[in-house]
Design a protein around this ligand. Structure first.
Ligand SMILES: NC(=O)c1ccc[n+]([C@@H]2O[C@H](COP(=O)([O-])OP(=O)(O)OC[C@H]3O[C@@H](n4cnc5c(N)ncnc54)[C@H](O)[C@@H]3O)[C@@H](O)[C@H]2O)c1
Length: 466
């Protein structure tokens, strides 16, 4: 069986020597970098050695995205079971994937009451329901695709790791950015050495103000106690990217941040508890739920909209009764809307990270400063400039990838690698293994400690494992 190591991957992507790739000038114009498309290659390389059977636990937004890979490809993935308490979602999902009646469950516990009937379990439940199903699944010998965050505490992450080792199971954590053509390209540029030694990184996650209001003010991740600190819930991806790109361990962390804006003290005069209550500023408020959900019909993926009723009526009912109709200044949210981190990594690398709610745009911004050149990127393109010739080279995501899944192609990239790893029982095919993902989770846990305690904290993965 062929062992698909990272080196094989880079070779396959034509990135064994990235400097050589960058030097090619394409028909896209001078200075525009030509290279093989990682996403095209993703689908042109051999698929898993056999059809991998999967059970989806939590048929919400993420569960549906990952499962849809089965429709996208032929014979790579078969969905054979589902656990989902919301009947509408469970029925819709079961019909879509033709799941036997006795393999449709109301809750995750029921999946593990019968003998193992699939290769893998996809855990796509809310944050507080990752640990228990993960432990049960591993005990029963299932491989796991585990949504981030791995668990809500470091102790629980450790227990999942111990259990996976004990049962010798594969666990892929859904750090989807590692599987995007854009971040793979960034990683390969750094690895090629064309920037010289990495000296420092500046990284930012602009959440975008409406996204912030939907997820972290009105929505599922608004309360730390019910989910996680936002630096873990939203930004474990960013900690993970910093750890991955530097290929060094984080050593120290200091973090500041607070919930500053989305609080009652900032509620405009005339605002009401709900946007549907006759709010005086509804027509001009950027966060108007009537505007976002009803008039523009956006961000509806957490609404349960039955197909057989008039959609507008159903949306209005939810705005009048549910969390998404609440005024953003009168919610019970408590997670910060801005948080900054400064950190040191091995080899004296320094990095800063900003998590920002108040932006008109999304897509992560990254600047990598190396001894021989720098890289500036915003997910849609990156510019690489070597100090020796000062000729900027531009790599555009759109030119290099036929992206047809969320997170810049990373969602399907992750599923693909996971299926291949399960089919050949080879975890080296995965980028986001449990062990590596835990390192970046530790950074996020420590950032929250630092924010709350107002001090610099050590991030010592070796000691954390003791
Ligand atoms: N990797 C990423 O980039 C990414 C992006 C968004 C969300 N997430 C994570 O994915 C997870 C799911 O998020 P989502 O947006 O899909 O949420 P969601 O609410 O749309 O889906 C979660 C589903 O789990 C179901 N569920 C609740 N209790 C259950 C139980 N006892 N048994 C079985 N199912 C149960 C819910 O009814 C819901 O349908 C969260 O942990 C979230 O943090 C990851």
């Amino acid at each position: 069986m062929k062992q698909w190591t990272r080196r094989n991957w880079l070779k396959l992507l034509g990135l064994g020597s990235v400097a050589a790739v960058v030097e090619k000038t394409s028909a896209m114009g001078p200075g525009v970098v030509a290279s093989a498309s990682p996403d095209q290659l993703l689908f042109s390389q051999p698929g898993p050695e056999k059809t991998v059977t999967c059970i989806v636990i939590g048929a919400g937004a993420r569960g549906n995205i990952y499962a849809s890979y089965a429709e996208k490809t032929k014979g790579e993935m078969k969905i054979v079971g589902v656990a989902e308490p919301i009947e509408l979602r469970r029925t819709r999902f079961s019909q879509r994937y033709n799941i036997d009646a006795e393999k449709q469950f109301n809750t995750w516990e029921d999946v593990f009451k019968i003998p193992k009937f699939a290769d893998a379990v996809l855990i796509c439940t809310p944050d507080h329901l990752h640990y228990s199903p993960a432990m049960e699944a591993l005990k029963m010998g299932y491989d796991l695709l585990l949504e981030k965050p791995i668990a809500q505490s470091w102790r629980e992450c450790e227990e999942i790791l111990e259990q996976s080792r004990k049962n010798n199971r594969i666990v892929a954590v859904c750090h989807v950015l590692r599987y995007t053509p854009y971040f793979r390209k960034m990683k390969s540029v750094v690895e090629s050495g064309q920037l010289g030694k990495v000296i420092s990184i500046q990284h930012m996650e602009p959440i975008e103000h409406i996204h912030m209001s939907h997820s972290y003010v009105r929505g599922i991740w608004r309360k730390k106690e019910e989910t996680n600190p936002i630096i873990l819930a939203k930004s474990c991806h960013d900690m993970d990217i910093l750890r991955w790109i530097t290929d060094r361990r984080c050593r120290e962390m200091v973090s500041f941040g607070s919930l500053d804006w989305f609080t009652p003290k900032n509620a405009p005069a005339g605002s009401t508890m709900r946007c549907t209550d006759g709010c005086a500023v509804e027509s001009t408020c950027p966060y108007s739920a009537l505007k976002i959900y009803y008039r523009e019909r956006t961000w509806l993926y957490h609404f349960n909209l039955p197909p057989d009723v008039e959609q507008g009526e159903a949306i209005l009912r939810q705005l009048k009764e549910g969390n998404y109709g609440r005024c953003v200044y009168h919610c019970d949210n408590n997670v910060p809307d801005h948080q900054v981190c400064s950190m040191t990594f091995e080899d004296n690398i320094t990095a800063t990270f900003n998590m920002e709610a108040h932006t008109s745009y999304s897509r992560r911004r990254t600047r990598i400063m190396g001894s021989e050149g720098d890289l500036v990127g915003d997910e849609s393109q990156m510019t690489i400039t070597r100090f020796s010739d000062m000729k900027p080279e531009v790599w555009k995501t759109a030119d290099h990838a036929a992206i047809d899944s969320g997170h810049g192609g990373g969602d399907y990239g992750l599923v693909r690698d996971f299926l291949r790893a399960v089919a050949s029982q080879d975890s080296t095919l995965l980028s986001s293994t449990l062990e590596l993902s835990m390192e970046s989770h530790l950074m996020a846990f420590k950032a929250e400690d630092s924010r709350l305690q107002g001090r610099i904290v050590n991030v010592n993965i070796e000691a954390a494992h003791d």
